[in-house]
Structures are given as C-alpha cells and as structure tokens.
Design a protein around this ligand. Structure first.
Ligand code: PLP
Length: 393
C-alpha cells in the first residue's frame, strides 16, 4: 500500500512521526506533540535545534556567497581551517560532507603516507565493534558484526583486534601496517571508552613502529566529551583526526585534520564538489568559536555530572547496570529490560533517546541542555522504567 512515505527509500525502521519544528532541546511533530530530544540528530545539534547563531550565519552567508567551487579558496573555508588548526595539534584541514567521507580520506592519506614513507605499508589496524561509516571502505574498516557479510568483496587491508587490548594490537603489527585507527569512545558499540592506559600505550606503539595514529572523533569531537577534542582528555596527540556530526551543529560538514608530516596528498588525490563550501564552513566556524570557550566547556562538565548522577540513581532504583561515557555522551546498561522497548515507550511519552543495542541506552543531548531539561528527562525515564515493574496479581 502506498503511503506518503513510500517515495522515501527504506533504509531504516522509522516511526510515522513527522517532525516539523525544533528549538533547543525540543522538537514538535506535525500534530503539535512536543518531544524532549536527547539524541539531537545523533549527537549532531551541538547547540540544540535551530540555534539563533546558526540561523544568523546561514542567512548572512547565503546572501554573500553560497558556492565558489572547490577549485578556489573562499573566506569561510580559510577562516574555519585556521580556527581548527589554532585550536588543535594539527597543521592542515580537508573539509568533507560526511563522517564516512572524512574517514575515507583519512584511510587514503594513511595509505599514501605508507607508499611514500614506509615502503608501501598499507594495512590499518581497527577494532572489533568499531564504527567508521557506510561507504564500502569505511564499512570494511568498521568492526560491526552486521557488516561482515554485506557488499562483498570488501576493501582489503583492515586488521580487526579487540578494543582496549594493547597486546592484540602489538601482535597485529608487521611491516605491512601503516596505521592504527580508532574511536576514543566507541559510540555505536554502546559508548565504550578507550582506557587512558590503552591510548597512551597506542601512542607509544605507533612511535616505536613508526606508524600513524588516527582518531575518529566524529562522535567525540567538538566538545561532546567536555574537551574540545577528546584526545585532549587523554593527553595524547594523534597524527590524523576526523570530525563531523557536532562540527556543523546540524548542517552537513566534516573535516580531516592531519599533522604536517602526514599531509602527503598530491593534486588529484583528494577532492569533492562540495568540500570547503562557504555556507557550511561559515556555520562550523561559529560552532567551534562558541564551544571552545572555557566557560562553555566548564558548563558541559557540570551538566554531564547532573546527567551521570541522575542515571546512576535510576540504575540503583531499578536495578539496572553501569553508567558510562564522558561529557554529554553517556550510556546506561538496562540489565534484563530490552532497551529498544524503553526507547519506544519513552517516545510515546515525548522523550527521544537511543538504544545502540538491546542492553544499552545512549544519551547525547544538546551541549546547551539545561539542568531543568535533564531533570525532566530523568523523570520521564523513571516513569517509563517503572512501567516495566508493574505486575498484575
Ligand atoms: N565515525 C563515527 C565514530 C560515527 O559515529 C559515525 C556516525 O555515526 C561515522 C563515523 C559516520 O559518519 P557519517 O554518518 O556522517 O558518515
């Protein structure tokens, strides 16, 4: 049967809700129902829905210049690249349109570096349960079990090892290996942080074997963890980093950042019609300048603590599992309750949360979420959880 949704390619199970408006932590559907949004476009809407800063810069930039072609510099592209370089340990930036595209670029850059500087080494060590995107190559790089049988034959050259297992990484290194690539917190796997010891040891191993360390900070970058980039919290500098999601605060932009010694692309190796687009880079520049402020980062630590302690309280009250994560990327293990069922019931009660797997709830609110919105979220979640404990006589 044809429905208004039939023309939309079916790539995921969607509810029939149609959202029409958003502001801050709130969304409204076409029936006027209001929802408290704790996923924010999948950790994308850094400043919440429709922040005035983004509306203003989009309007201003759209009256000045929307696209000058990637073959030319434009003002916002240059400004945004310089801002990212100034706030990070990296020297150069390539702008892309999605996280997968930025990661694909990182893989290409590492392989080129291997060709030029490491006798053709090309393999990359990645991790079980990791997620790096949905292009053919980033699916091959990912350690997601569901991808294993899809779209054969896969891009070759990814060696998967257990996360947080430094011995497994060391064992996997040989002359064909050019890089280690990881998410500092595995987001789609259920918010699994790399331990500080693991990250420190990875840097040492990479130095010892003269291979590259690549951080996929697509979910963890742009203040999500309370640091502008999560590598800062580990006191370790990667050679290459990718950003997306929060960088655009809701508009599509991604970035590949690299230290000078690995900026080895030659003309023609990398490109894309929309890269460095002025409309998107103008927005990204506003976002970075806003979230890099010490007061903004300090506030994330405060709201993170509120959310974390609230979730721990619920966990105790309902006999659930661990709370983990950093900043405003937190997860709660749901023990015997199916997390997807919690998500469904929460949605009915006007709360949007996510279950990356059947046993985990993930929370990734706007970085501007208020204390009262956290309190309201915890109250709705508590109501939902209590409904699983109502037994009939
Ligand atoms: N890498 C990580 C860590 C991600 O979380 C995601 C998206 O969820 C991606 C890569 C892919 O990004 P995109 O969906 O923008 O292609």
């Amino acid at each position: 049967m044809n429905t208004p949704f039939s023309a939309v390619m079916q790539i995921t199970k969607r509810s029939n809700i149609v959202y029409t408006q958003g502001k801050g932590s709130w969304l409204w559907d076409d029936k006027g129902k209001k929802y408290l949004d704790f996923i924010q476009g999948w950790a994308v809407n850094t400043l919440g829905h429709c922040p005035d800063e983004i509306s203003k810069v989009l309007l201003e930039q759209s009256t000045r210049l929307i696209n000058a072609s990637p073959a030319f510099y434009n003002e916002p592209m240059v400004k945004c690249a310089n801002t990212l370089v100034n706030y990070s340990v990296f020297d150069q930036v390539f702008f892309a349109n999605s996280g997968a595209e930025a990661n694909e670029g990182a893989i290409k850059l590492a392989r080129k570096w291997g060709q030029n500087k490491k006798s053709g080494a090309w393999k990359i060590i990645t991790f079980d349960k990791s997620f790096h995107g949905r292009t053919l190559t980033t699916m091959a790089a990912s350690g997601k079990a569901a991808f294993e049988s899809l779209f054969e034959p896969k891009t070759e050259g990814f060696i998967k090892v257990h996360f947080n297992d430094i011995d497994a990484v060391e064992k996997a290194i040989d002359d064909s290996v050019v890089a280690i690539m990881l998410e500092p917190i595995q987001g789609e796997a259920g918010v699994i942080p790399a331990t500080p010891q693991f990250i420190t040891a990875l840097r040492k191993l990479a130095d010892k074997h003269q291979i590259l360390l690549i951080f996929d900070e697509i979910q963890t970058g742009i203040a999500r963890t309370g640091h502008l980039f999560s590598y800062e919290g580990y006191h370790v500098a990667p050679d290459i980093m990718t950003l997306a999601k929060g960088l655009g605060g809701g508009v599509p932009i991604a970035a590949l950042l690299a230290k000078e010694h690995c900026c080895v692309f030659e003309y023609g190796d990398q490109g894309g019609t929309f890269n460095g687009n002025p409309l998107m880079t103008a927005v990204a520049h506003v976002i970075i300048e806003k979230v890099a402020k010490p007061s903004f980062l300090k506030n994330i630590k405060r709201t993170s603590r509120l959310l974390l302690t609230g979730l721990e309280k619920l966990s105790k009250q309902y006999d659930l599992g661990k709370v983990r994560g950093k900043g405003l990327l937190l997860a709660l293990d749901t023990a015997s309750i199916n997390a997807n069922k919690i998500v469904q019931k929460a949605l009915e009660q006007g709360l949007i949360i996510n279950a990356p797997n059947e046993n985990t709830l993930r929370f990734m609110p706007a970085l501007t979420v208020s204390a009262s919105e956290i309190k309201e979220m915890l109250q709705i979640l508590s109501n939902v959880l209590s409904s699983f404990f109502v037994f009939s006589e």
